[in-house]
Each structure stands twice: as C-alpha cells, then as structure tokens.
Design a protein around this ligand. Structure first.
Ligand SMILES: *Cc1c(COP(=O)(O)O)cnc(C)c1O
Ligand SMILES: [Zn+2]
Length: 405
C-alpha cells in the first residue's frame, strides 16, 4: 500500500482515507494528498515503464494491486514551436498539447485517478459542475467504470462538443439557470446530501492525476526542466497540480529547479490575477465572469489558495489577456504550428506574447505552454472567427478564378 495522508493545507488537520471529505472540516481549507517521500524509490520513478498517468503510480495514492479505470490518458506530445517562437520573439518554445487526451482535454488525467478512487470507495454515483470539459471527461470514465454520472452545466454557456460528449456517454445532464459558480455551489450540497462523489477539482485526488503533466514535461526534456510553464487558469486546479508535480520531482532529487508557474486568465474573469497583483492571499470572487474562453469563465476559483502559492513560490506571475488576444493566439497556433486548440488553451500563448512585450519574460527563457483542450470542443467559435467556405458551381474554371494564390 502506498502510504499517504489527506491533509488540510491551512491548518494541517488530517482525515482518514476512507473519509469522503473535500475541504477541511475544521477550517474549510483545501486538502492535499501527502506522501512520505523517503519511502519512494526515485530510481523507479525515473525509469518507470508504461505510458501516461499510471506510469507514475509510485506517486499516486493507490495500492499496487488497484486496477485503474483508464482509457489511456496522458502521454501527450510536446511540440517544438520554432515558427511561433520566432514570431513572438523568444528562442525556445514548446507546447504540450493536452487536447490530445482521449476526451480532448487534460481533465482525463484527473478523472482516471478520481474515478478509480470513486470505485475503490464504493460510491453510488459521481457528479460535477462543469464549464464543459470536466463533464465530458467524467461521463466517459463513469461509463467505463459503470457508475451513474450526474453533471450540472451553466445554461447556454457550454461549448457544443463538450455537451455532445456528456450526452453521448450517458451522463444525466442538467442545464442549470445560472453560471458555473452557481452550478458548483448546487452540486456540492447535492453530493453531501445525496452521498454522490464530487469530482470537481476541489477533490484532491483529481490533482494527483493532473500533476503527471509535470512528470511528462520533465522526462521529455531529460529531467532538465524549462524556465517557465504557462497555462490558462480557471478553477486553478491544474496550475496547482503541475506545480506539485515539479515540487515532488525536486524533493526526490530528480530535478534541481522548479519552473516559474505562470497563470493566464481572461480579462473578464481574472480574480487570481487581481489577487496576485495586489499581493493578497485571498481572491475577491467576481459575480459576472465573461469571456469567449468558456473553460476559464470562472469568477470564484476553488483552488485559488493553492494556485497563488504555486505562482508565488515558483517566482512566476499571473496575467490577463483580452478575448481578441485569445482569438489571435488561437489562430496563430493553428496556422503556424498546426495545433488546434479551444479558446481557453490559447490564453497561454496570448499570455506569453503579452509578457514578452512587457519584458516580463526574457528572450532566452525556455518556455513550455500547456494547451489544455482540443479545437473541436468549440466548433461554434471557429465558425465565428474564420471565413466561411465559399459556395461554387461544380466547374473547374469557376473554382480556379476564386483561388487566392
Ligand atoms: C478545465 C480547463 C481549464 C482550466 O483549468 P483549471 O484547473 O480549472 O484552472 C483550462 N482550459 C481547458 C480547456 C479546460 O478544460
Ligand atoms: Zn483546516
């Protein structure tokens, strides 16, 4: 049995592994999974065989014999992006495309761990509030595990591809009259009262899966970590998880520095950026978050405390970008590097561009951007920003005349 504790990050209170608890019962703080690193065989981590999230099961909270609920998540490519780097004015840029996970977003990394834990705990159902990708991923893993799945989506605010997935994989889908933060508030109470297992990123097991992004980046670069990792921030679980992943590798002596964790939010939903810039430890929730990047349209990020630690302790920054900057970055990624991402993911590139322009990022830094979700998640946005196909007669000369060359 891999020994671990469930511990409050604020007051240090500990909870039993069989206890279904999402935030500290004493102080309301976020929970973290803690290991005794002196018991972990570093050599086994470095030389681990297999692929994806479960390759790193020595750093996951399960017994050796636990059978994972898996659909081969993780193991996403890290693309060198020389053309884009040159355009932005930096020397070294790689993009880790998490949109190439089985459901099309990084959420699969957290869900394989979270749903495996749900099965181990013997829960009667799983549930989440979602801006879309969490519900798509949970529906798939719940289907694989044969567990009932309930998802609450903010009405009219979820990209088409994501709803399609939740519906197709058999979740009970609710369209809630309210925003994401309302949906989360409702589902938290529902889970408590109906004994359903909550799989939003407040669930600390999800972040254990997502920290493997750090392991894969470090391994791919022969354990020479980049100077900076940039990613979009919504509920702020992923930036916290990736930071934890790097911290664990450093604790184990596998790497000797931590990348500057750099979080990007949209101008219309930036409580973490505001708290960071004002030097505050807590965020002030935003009532009406608004951005075209629906995956990060979140006014009250649950993992804010962890994310602010991650950003500050690693010497990173938090910055915001406009919807226009996001759209421009989405097009650049697609047309210079062949990487198709949904708007939220492009925020990482938009943020990089802005921080270079502000001289916050130096030209010779080695940068990794995480693109969190696939282009096809949000086809309606593509139709809005790209030129429509031209209707033509079935005649060579007619088509030829219209070719732009
Ligand atoms: C969930 C999600 C995010 C935000 O991640 P957090 O962990 O909530 O900060 C960003 N982009 C995409 C595509 C997502 O699905
Ligand atoms: Zn506590």
């Amino acid at each position: 049995m891999r020994d671990y504790e469930v511990e409050c990050i604020e007051c240090g209170a500990r909870f039993s592994r069989e206890d279904i608890v999402y935030t500290c019962r004493k102080c309301g703080g976020l929970l973290d999974i803690k290991y005794d690193y002196s018991e972990i065989d570093t050599e086994r981590v470095v030389k681990a065989k297999g692929e994806g999230v479960w390759k790193y099961r020595d750093l996951l909270p399960f017994a050796e014999e636990t059978k994972p609920v898996t659909i081969n998540e993780g193991n996403t490519p890290l693309y060198g992006c020389d053309r884009l780097a040159k355009t932005i004015g930096i020397d070294d840029l790689c993009v880790k495309h998490e949109g190439l996970n089985p459901s099309g977003s990084f959420k699969d990394r957290g869900m394989t761990v979270g749903v495996t834990k749900a099965v181990e705990l013997g829960v009667k159902g799983v549930a989440c509030a979602s801006t879309g990708n969490t519900s798509a991923s949970l529906a798939i893993f719940a289907a694989k595990a044969g567990v009932p799945c309930y998802v609450l989506l903010p009405k009219g605010k979820v990209a088409l591809g994501k709803i399609a997935q939740a519906m197709m994989h058999g979740a009970q889908v609710f369209s809630l009259k309210g925003n994401f933060d309302d949906a989360l508030r409702v589902v938290r109470v529902l889970c408590e009262e109906e004994k359903l297992y909550l799989l939003n990123s407040v669930n600390p097991y999800r972040l254990e899966g997502q920290k493997t992004i750090a392991f894969e980046v470090a391994k791919k670069l022969d354990w020479e970590v980049p100077d900076r990792v940039i990613l979009p921030v919504g509920n702020a679980g992923n930036i916290s998880a990736i930071f934890k992943g790097f911290l664990e590798l450093k604790t184990l002596g596998v790497i000797d520095s931590i990348p500057k964790m750099t979080g990007i939010q949209a101008e219309g939903a930036k409580p973490i950026v505001t708290a960071f810039k004002e030097g505050k430890a807590e965020i002030i929730p935003e009532d009406k978050p608004e951005t075209i990047a629906s995956a990060i349209r979140i006014g009250n990020p649950v993992n804010a405390a962890k994310a602010l630690h991650a950003i500050r302790d690693s010497g990173g920054v938090a910055e915001s970008v406009t919807d226009d900057e996001i759209t421009e970055a989405q097009l650049m990624l697609a047309r210079m590097e062949g990487i198709g991402v949904e708007p939220a993911s492009a925020a990482s590139i938009a943020g990089l561009k802005k921080l270079v322009r502000m001289d916050e990022i130096e030209r010779d830094e080695r940068i990794v951007c995480i693109t969190t979700g696939h282009l096809l998640k949000d086809p309606e946005r593509v139709i809005k920003i790209c030129e429509a196909p031209k209707e033509v007669d079935a005649d060579v000369d007619v088509v030829r005349k219209m070719l732009k060359m």
